[in-house]
Design a protein around this ligand. Structure first.
Ligand code: AMP
Ligand code: ZN
Length: 666
């Protein structure tokens, strides 16, 4: 096999594995094996840029940044749907249809209504060329770079597909994926996202496609638009799309009567709670495309389709007590402790009350009977009080003024909804929460230690902050509950081993509010060691790319606190890494400081990713589009003609790969 054949065969193989994993949910190799093959392909592609292919599986990781999403006219308008809420509504609709079509037999395709963000994908010759949001239905935003990172969206189709068509679908987050994202946010001290739908929709407009690539988004398809597609029914559309490589849920059903349609609706109204994603109803479509054409559209929706909306499931129960939780960052969350009740298939005992405003707005009191609903959120919420059942001796809720854990007076910053306990160094859940974050997998990854161990060590007075971990001895730990010689030894060894963790992760582990993994990396790279970071002012910090005012303020505050400084100094004395390694530093310079580069085309000696890394490592910025702020356009072979024209018209210098390399050469 020559190199080109090898590359093609690896691409085909990886596409197949992506398809098995993301579309069929049925992987046939391990993640590890997949990564090895992907790396092999990456290497080959970088060595042989002449075989570049925009649909290669290596391009799924993202990295292109979009500053402004271009507005694009839809070739086929994206309509809304009419809604129905009862069997009667559906029967009325069927009568209207029969009146227009006359005395013919009408069949219906029933599908679930996926609750996400709609998208229109354009394919030409089997390749994804455009992805556009619905917008106002006539025109939307070009979000192609972001959509390309979603692995269930095929970049290259298989089988017998038409030469050109649009396909519509919904971008969603699975409930599990959404929950994972929120766990990470909470671990980073950030507010969790409200619901999967808004988060999915917000993801499409992120500027950095690498961030989109990290989100567990999926794309479920449901309709095709185009000319001469050789398809006669909606049910056939679904099967064809599946055969071309799209993810099309298989629950769709062809129904001959309204009764059958109602059975489908009733079945899914109950069973939807077992699905991995959220649905807010059923969409019923006249099956024959010829009938659809005859029925046509109203001003806003097709006459041949109807959404049947599920009612959000609601129950009423008694609120026994309002308690308050203190998070790692000191944020207080009021919690409603409910008389257990069955809702959407699970027993609900607690509901979030969000904050003081929410309690006041709804006038929620202990002893009230309340209506609880499971909406988009994972934790059910209270939507209203049943005032008819309020006990005569009921008293208004007085929000706590002191921390339930440490007694400190709570504060509430202007413009913030949440109350905080400011006693961050003395409040037990804040202390243990911080240590738990410190030892977690993405931070110091201390083996042999879990959340319960942290609580136990704290309770026994063996640790009061994360620096104390490094002075623990086997003898101290052994007498603890459920500890033995071996586990005590593992714990102490695990702590010692963590001293080798690189600077950026130590920085993340410190648990500075708003400094998540990515921000920690950016700060480590910009400041190179903790001493420089500790004296940085807010103005200096915001000058670092992608560091905003909120992060800057939080970093400065953290290092203004003498307790934090003392702990950092102690950690330093134990030998933790507080600067970038020699190796990390070696490849860095400031040679390109203040310069912005746009990279276009295929290069001889390096891959695009390498080239971009080289720019960033030398202090430069990479941008995806040319503007008057661009310092240089680095041009490779087959550069896009529009980029060239734009650079020329704005007077942006165009340099070759060789000229660029000379700039960064030592
Ligand atoms: P609405 O926004 O309530 O007018 O509902 C119309 C939207 O439902 C469409 O724009 C689609 O994004 C979405 N939708 C979700 N699932 C389907 C489906 N199976 N068929 C058609 N539209 C769907
Ligand atoms: Zn407290």
């Amino acid at each position: 096999m020559n190199t080109e054949q090898k590359i093609t065969s690896l691409r085909d193989e990886l596409r197949k594995h992506n398809y098995n994993y993301y579309v069929l949910d049925n992987p046939t190799i391990s993640d590890y094996e997949f990564d090895i093959k992907l790396k092999e392909l990456q290497k080959l592609e970088e060595a042989h840029p002449e075989f570049y292919d925009a649909t290669s599986p290596t391009l799924r990781v993202g990295g292109e940044v979009t500053k402004n999403f271009e507005t694009i006219q839809h070739e086929h308008r994206m309509y809304s749907l009419d809604n129905s809420y009862s069997k009667e509504d559906l029967e009325d609709w069927e009568k209207r249809i029969q009146r227009i079509l006359g005395d013919v037999e009408v069949e219906f395709t029933c599908e679930l209504k996926y609750d996400g963000a709609s998208i229109s994908l354009t394919y030409e010759e089997g390749r994804l060329v455009k992805a556009v949001t619905r917008g106002d239905g006539f025109q939307g935003d070009d979000v192609t770079t972001n959509i390309k990172t979603i692995k269930s969206v095929p970049l290259q189709l298989t089988g017998d597909y038409p030469p050109k068509f649009d396909i519509r679908g919904e971008i969603i987050l699975t409930l599990e994926g959404f929950a994972k994202m929120n766990q990470e946010r909470i671990a980073n001290g950030e507010e969790p996202y409200m619901n999967p739908r808004n988060t999915a929709s917000g993801s499409l407009k992120l500027q950095d496609s690498a961030l989109v690539a990290q989100r567990p988004l999926e794309c479920l398809l449901y309709s095709v638009a185009g000319r001469n597609l050789g398809i006669t029914s909606q049910f056939e559309v679904l099967g064809k799309a599946r055969a071309w490589g799209f993810k099309v849920p298989t629950v769709a059903k062809l129904c001959k009567t309204t009764d059958e349609v109602m059975q489908f609706v009733e079945h899914w109204d109950i069973h939807r709670h077992g699905l991995p994603y959220e649905t807010d109803g059923v969409v019923i479509k006249v099956n024959s495309l010829r009938h659809q054409e005859e029925l046509g559209y109203t001003a806003k929706a097709p006459r041949w389709a109807m959404a049947y909306k599920f009612k959000a499931e609601q129950v009423s129960t008694v609120l026994n007590e309002i308690t308050y939780q203190v998070g790692r960052t000191g944020a207080i969350t009021p919690v409603a402790n409910l008389e257990p009740v069955l809702l959407a298939g699970t027993t609900v005992k607690r509901a979030s009350l969000h904050n003081a405003d929410q309690i006041e707005k709804l006038d929620i009191r202990e002893g009230d009977t309340v209506f609880v609903e499971k909406g988009g959120e994972i934790i059910p919420k209270i939507i209203a009080v049943d005032f008819t059942k309020r006990p005569a001796d009921s008293v208004p809720t007085k929000y706590i003024e002191h921390c339930p854990e440490c007694g400190t007076v709570l504060i509430r910053k202007e413009g913030e909804a949440q109350h905080f306990c400011p006693n961050d160094t003395g409040c037990p859940p804040q202390i243990t929460g911080r240590i738990q974050h410190f030892i977690s997998r993405k931070a110091m990854d201390i083996e042999g230690m879990g959340s319960e161990t942290v609580e136990l060590l704290f309770k026994e007075g063996l640790i009061a902050n994360y620096a104390d971990l490094y002075t623990l001895t086997k003898e101290q730990v052994m007498p603890l509950e459920r500890m033995a010689e071996k586990s005590a030894e593992n714990l102490v060894n695990g702590v010692a081993a963590s001293k080798a963790i690189p600077f950026e992760r130590v920085l993340f582990a410190l648990g500075i509010r708003y400094v998540g993994e990515t921000v920690a990396k950016k700060l480590a790279k910009a400041y190179k060691n903790i001493d420089a970071l500790m004296v940085a002012s807010e103005e200096e910090l915001v000058a670092v790319d992608e560091i905003g005012g909120r992060i800057a303020e939080s970093v400065v505050q953290f290092f203004e606190n003498p307790t934090n400084v003392e702990i950092v100094e102690r950690l330093k004395s134990y030998g933790l890494r507080f600067s970038l390694s020699e190796e990390q530093l070696e490849n860095q310079s400031e040679k390109l400081k203040g310069q912005t580069f746009v990279v276009s085309g295929v290069f001889e000696s390096l891959g695009r990713t390498e080239l971009k890394k080289l720019i960033e490592d030398n202090g430069g910025k990479v941008s995806s589009s040319i503007s008057s702020k661009t310092s240089f356009l680095v041009a490779g072979a087959n550069m896009g003609p529009s980029k060239k024209t734009k650079a020329e018209s704005l007077g942006v210098p165009i340099i070759s790969e060789q000229e660029f390399l000379e700039k960064v050469e030592k």
